[in-house]
Write a protein that binds this ligand. Structure first.
Ligand SMILES: [Zn+2]
Ligand SMILES: [Zn+2]
Length: 341
């Protein structure tokens, strides 16, 4: 099969992913072999490539996978050959620890990420345990469904963790793949609420997309929104939006950080944190880590029902380095997806 592999960590500008021919993996007992038709490109992949989140090496990245079941491993029987399935960031968890038993398998110490500790979907084929694959609702094309599996599912989890109530004000910091899905979810679940979207200054296209998807206000990170925020989600890889979001929070407000790693660049901006201005009056900060299978199982049918149709920009498997560079530069509208033959 053809696959894009990462052999060693490097800056994305060096275009380190390499297209190779390699043996097609074979499904072990309980696993399925999936012929990949689309795989989303996620910001987490930049963290892996550049070493902020070191993957196993060499690795096939990609954790927003849509494809069809090609072959069963021994004992696998949940899906038929040809069924369309999705694979998300959660590739496996131990199933025995207190987190797994308590419904928080996303926090399992043995959590394995797809395309990180296990090979993912930047390839023509991939394998996964059948219990970690999901049926894809019919109303989505393969490319539309791909970003739902990470950007969508983790956004769903992040929104749940905010404890937002209908009628309240929500702030979204950064407007990429995940935020553009969350705004649609928030507008559906909390129709009386208001959503304020903050982007890098000058990201006029992102702000226009946010308006189109129902944002009540858009501005640059650091601008004062028309009212204080009851909840905020920070989707950015930077630190300064944390300070800006805390400043904009209402008393008792909660900030959820939806980022697996933060970049070093502007870490000093945290020194601007002022206790009375940013934290006093019971403001909270919480991160969102990974997803559970339950998140994916709840979110996919809900996305179909609303419906949330992600805006996608398609690339060929051969163009993955270029797609990642555009993503790094904030130039992707909606979500980038590899279309794989
Ligand atoms: Zn992701
Ligand atoms: Zn566990």
């Amino acid at each position: 099969m053809k696959a894009q592999i990462l052999k060693q960590v490097a800056p994305i500008d060096e275009m380190p992913l390499e297209l190779v021919d390699m043996p097609t993996p074979q499904p072990k007992p309980g696993e399925i072999l999936v012929k990949v038709s689309a795989c989303g490109v996620c910001h987490t992949e930049l963290d892996e490539i550049e070493g902020r989140l070191p993957p196993k090496l060499p690795v096939i990245l990609g954790h927003e996978i849509v494809g069809r079941v090609e072959k069963h491993g021994a004992g696998a029987k949940k899906f038929n050959i040809g069924d369309r399935v999705g694979i998300a960031w959660i590739h496996s968890a131990c199933g025995r620890c207190s987190f797994c038993r308590g419904g928080e398998e996303n926090l399992c110490p043995d959590f394995q990420g797809t395309g990180c500790q296990a090979d993912g979907g930047y390839a023509q084929y991939t394998v996964v345990a059948e219990d970690f694959a999901y049926p894809i609702p019919e109303r989505f094309t393969d490319s539309q469904a791909a970003p739902l599996l990470c950007a969508g599912a983790i956004g769903y989890r992040a929104l749940k963790l905010t404890n937002l109530q209908d009628g309240q004000a929500l702030g979204l910091f950064g407007f990429g793949a995940s935020a553009h899905i969350v705004i649609q979810l928030a507008k559906y679940k909390y129709p009386k609420g208001r959503v304020f979207v903050f982007t890098r200054p000058g990201q006029k296209e992102h702000q226009a997309l946010a308006k189109k998807l129902g944002a009540d206000w858009t501005g640059a990170t650091g601008d004062a929104p028309p009212q204080k925020l009851n909840c905020a989600i920070d989707f950015t890889p930077a630190w300064s939006p944390i300070v800006a979001a805390l400043k904009a929070l209402e008393n008792g407000g909660r900030l959820v950080i939806n980022a697996i790693r933060k970049e070093e660049k502007d870490k000093n901006s945290l020194l601007e944190l002022d206790y009375s201005e940013h934290l006093w009056c019971e403001k909270e900060i919480k991160s969102v880590a990974n997803i559970t299978r339950q998140d994916a199982r709840e979110f996919l049918p809900l996305a179909a029902q609303i419906p949330i149709i992600p805006e996608v920009q398609e690339f060929k498997l051969e163009e993955v380095n270029q797609a990642l560079i555009l993503l790094e530069q904030g130039k992707i509208q909606g979500a980038a997806v590899l279309k794989i033959d």
